[in-house]
Design a binder for this molecule. Structure first.
Ligand code: SF4
Ligand code: MG
Length: 334
C-alpha cells in the first residue's frame, strides 16, 4: 500500500544576514533531511521545543515554504515537482490549521464568506449549492448556523479555531497539517478542539500531521510521534513506545520536563542541561551533545544517523543501550 504522505530528505535552510552591518552571511538550518511516512487516517505528531523547525517542516510539506531539498509525495503525486497550477490543485488535498486562527482568517469576511471561498475556487460548490455546503461545514465543526453571518472578532478563541477547521475541511482534504492548533486556547477548550479533531478524523478519514510542544496532547491524539531537535528527527516511534521506553536522551528530557498530573510521582534525575543552541550555529557531531549527559568524544565529532533500533528510529550513538529510567548518569554522578 502506498503511504498517504511520504517525505524523503526534506530540507529547508534559510539564508540570513547578520552582524552589525548585516555583512555576515549565514544559514538557518531550520529543517534538515527529514524522512517519514504517514498512512491514511493516521496521526503523526511532530514534537520538540520552540525553534526546532516543526512549523517550518509543516509548511514545507505544503510548500508554503519552498523546500531547499528533498521530496514530498502525497500518494503518488510528487508535491515538490508541481508547477504553480499543479500546486494550486494539490492544495485542495492538503490543508493547514494554524495556532492563531485570528491571524489566518480575513477579518472582513463572515464565516460563510470564508468557507465559500475555497469551495468556489476549487469548483466544489456552485452559487446554487454553496449555502448548503457551508451549512454542512458549520454543523460538522460544532458551530451554530447563525454564526455563519458573523465576523472573526465576534468569536471566542475556541470558536475561531472551529472556523479555521471548517475552512480546512471545505476542500475535503486527505491531509491536514495542524500547527499547534490548541496551544493558544484555555485548557478546557483545548480538550474540546482535540476531541473535535479526533471525531472528524473518524468520520472523514483524513490524516493529520499534528505539530505540538505539549506531550499530554500528543499522547492523546497521535499514534506515531517524531521528535525534532534543531531541524532533524532524532527519534520516531509509536506513541506507546515513545512514552514507555524513550531511547533518545532528548526525548527523555522532554518527557522528564513535561508537567505531570501527579506531583509526587518519581522524577528522573535531570538528564540534560542548558537551553537550545541556535540553528545558526549548529553544534558539531550530534547537535544535542552540548546538553547531553551521555556525550563522549564520538558524539562531539560524528553525527549519529537516524536508524532503526527495535521498533523505533533513533539518532543516537547509544540508542542500542537500553537506557532505563534509573540508570541515566548525570554530570554530578559521573
Ligand atoms: Fe547524547 Fe551522544 Fe546520543 Fe547525541 S549521540 S544524544 S550526544 S549520547
Ligand atoms: Mg511553531
Amino acid at each position: 500500500m502506498t503511504a498517504l504522505l511520504r517525505t524523503e530528505g526534506l530540507t529547508k535552510h534559510f539564508p540570513v544576514r547578520r552582524g552589525t552591518l548585516r555583512r555576515q552571511a549565514g544559514t538557518v538550518q531550520a529543517v534538515t533531511d527529514v524522512s517519514f511516512q504517514l498512512d491514511a487516517d493516521e496521526t503523526l505528531a511532530i514534537v520538540g521545543e520552540s525553534g526546532c523547525g516543526k512549523s517550518t517542516l509543516g509548511r514545507a510539506l505544503l510548500r508554503l515554504h519552498e523546500p531547499s531539498g528533498g521530496k514530498v509525495w502525497l500518494k503518488d503525486m510528487d508535491i515538490t515537482a508541481l508547477n504553480h497550477q499543479g500546486l494550486r490543485e494539490a492544495r485542495k488535498h492538503m490543508q493547514i490549521i494554524f495556532q492563531d486562527p485570528f491571524g489566518s482568517l480575513n477579518p472582513r469576511m463572515t464565516v460563510r464568506e470564508t468557507l465559500s471561498e475555497p469551495l468556489l475556487l476549487h469548483g466544489l460548490a456552485t452559487s446554487a449549492t454553496v449555502r448548503a455546503e457551508t451549512d454542512r461545514l458549520i454543523d460538522l465543526c460544532g458551530l451554530a448556523r447563525w454564526h455563519a453571518e458573523r465576523y472573526p472578532h465576534e468569536f471566542s478563541g475556541g470558536q475561531r479555531q472551529r472556523v479555521g477547521i471548517a475552512r480546512a475541511l471545505a476542500t475535503r482534504p486527505m491531509l491536514i497539517v495542524c500547527d499547534e492548533p490548541v496551544s493558544a486556547l484555555d485548557v478546557s477548550v483545548q480538550a474540546q478542539i482535540v476531541n473535535l479533531l479526533q471525531d472528524l478524523q473518524r468520520e472523514l478519514g483524513m490524516a493529520y500531521v499534528f505539530i505540538s510542544h505539549d506531550l499530554a496532547v500528543v499522547r492523546h491524539i497521535a499514534r506515531k510521534v517524531a521528535v525534532m531537535y534543531l531541524g532533524r528527527i532524532v527519534e520516531e516511534a509509536t506513541t506507546e513506545a515513545l512514552f514507555t521506553s524513550p531511547r533518545h536522551p532528548y526525548t527523555r528530557m522532554l518527557i522528564d520536563s513535561a508537567p505531570r498530573p501527579d506531583p509526587t510521582a518519581l522524577r528522573h534525575k535531570a538528564s540534560a542541561k542548558g537551553g537550545t543552541p541556535s540553528a545558526l550555529a549548529m553544534p558539531s557531531g550530534c547537535a544535542f551533545h552540548p546538553r547531553c549527559v551521555l556525550a563522549d568524544d564520538r558524539c562531539r565529532t560524528i553525527r549519529p544517523e537516524l536508524r532503526q533500533v527495535g521498533q523505533s528510529r533513533v539518532a543516537c550513538h547509544f540508542a542500542e543501550t537500553a537506557i532505563s529510567d534509573n540508570v541515566v548518569p548525570t554530570r554530578a554522578d559521573s
